[in-house]
Design a protein around this ligand. Structure first.
Ligand code: PYC
Length: 332
């Protein structure tokens, strides 16, 4: 029998979990995090499923593993592990990972208050605020985000035909705005949104192909962002982001917020520098901004920033024994 032990620090970003694997992660081959992500998926995916799925995790579980940077100008490289796979980029995961890494002394940024983080999707520049040992806020300047397609249609059970846009913010999002057949997230339950998302995501990916123009390993519409009215009238908008098989993000979703700002900017609804206060399904908030406007291959793109907070809540030494029939986790 063999057993593998993972030393994890658990936190949540605005309500959504982040389990940082501080010890026990595998050595990976690759010249950057995109290549290391492929190596992990080929040979070590059991670590992700073991730590994210039941019985050690749950539908919303997500986490990260730290690696040394590939470029000496950077401070850290990160692999995201989630119930949905290894995301090219994760916003709530970044906010939680940086909070844990700074509070626990797992990284020592060369410039205090700034972290240059390599993600599989590209370089992410981070500023964090600290009061004593606690990190109080993390702002990430994300990879370029862009509107990939607009006014597509999909048939949704019970609701009928839905119109949606697809935008990239580190992952591809189908964004369903309020419309005649969908009045907004405020009028539906999480379980309704989950069951519709499972069907429409499959249909969208059967009917359309979405591939990042600079990295073909980033492809497919993995997330559905349902939009609606904010709970707090001072917020800009609210969302429910579906990911994995059964998850609704408890945070406002960093890559989803980035994708939505790219969509709004492309449609003339958001100007550079204007605050975009995005609420999650549970009402927690991120503040986003369009920091820069640029071209990404043939696309008009933006550099979005997203700011939020995370709280560290525990230390978790997790064993995966190969005599455990559920060593690699399960989903129901
Ligand atoms: O914050 O980017 C995000 C994210 C992706 C999936 C869940 N959260």
């Amino acid at each position: 029998m063999s057993s593998k032990t993972f030393f994890c620090v658990d936190a949540h970003t605005c309500g959504n979990p982040v389990r940082l694997v501080a010890g026990g992660g595998p050595q990976l081959r690759g010249a950057n995090m995109s290549e290391k992500r492929q190596h992990f998926l080929r040979e070590y995916d059991w670590i992700r499923t073991g730590l994210m799925f039941e019985p050690r995790g749950h539908d919303m579980m997500s986490g990260s593993i730290l690696y040394p940077p590939h470029d000496p100008a950077n401070d850290v490289a990160v692999l995201f592990i989630e119930t949905s796979g290894c995301l090219p980029m994760c916003g709530h995961g970044t906010i939680g990972t940086i909070t844990i890494a700074i509070e626990e002394g797992l990284i020592s940024p060369r410039i205090p208050g700034i972290v240059r983080m390599e993600a599989p999707a590209g370089l992410v520049l981070i500023e964090y605020q600290q009061e004593g040992k606690k990190v109080t806020a993390v702002k990430l300047r994300n990879v370029p985000a862009y509107l990939a397609a607009s006014d597509l249609e999909v048939e949704c059970p019970e609701l009928g035909t839905l119109t949606f846009d697809v935008a990239y913010g580190g992952n591809f999002y189908a964004i369903v705005d309020p419309q005649p057949n969908f009045s907004g997230v405020q009028d539906y339950t999480a379980s309704q949104l989950i069951s519709w998302s499972q069907v429409i995501r499959k249909r969208i990916n059967e009917q359309h192909t979405f591939v990042h123009p600079l990295d073909e390993t980033i492809n497919g519409c993995s997330h559905i962002l349902w939009a609606g009215d904010p709970l707090d009238p001072t917020s800009t908008a609210r969302n429910a982001v579906f990911y994995g098989d059964k998850a609704i993000d408890r945070s406002p979703c960093g890559t989803g917020t980035s994708a939505r700002m790219a969509q709004w900017h492309a449609k003339g609804k958001l100007l550079p520098g204007q605050p975009f206060i995005h609420e999650s399904f549970i009402g927690s908030k991120f503040t986003g901004k369009v920091e820069e406007v640029l071209k990404l291959a043939d696309f008009d793109a933006i550099i979005p920033s997203v700011e939020g907070w995370a709280k560290v809540y525990g230390y978790n030494t997790i064993k995966i024994d190969d005599d455990d029939p559920y060593a690699h986790g399960f989903q129901v």
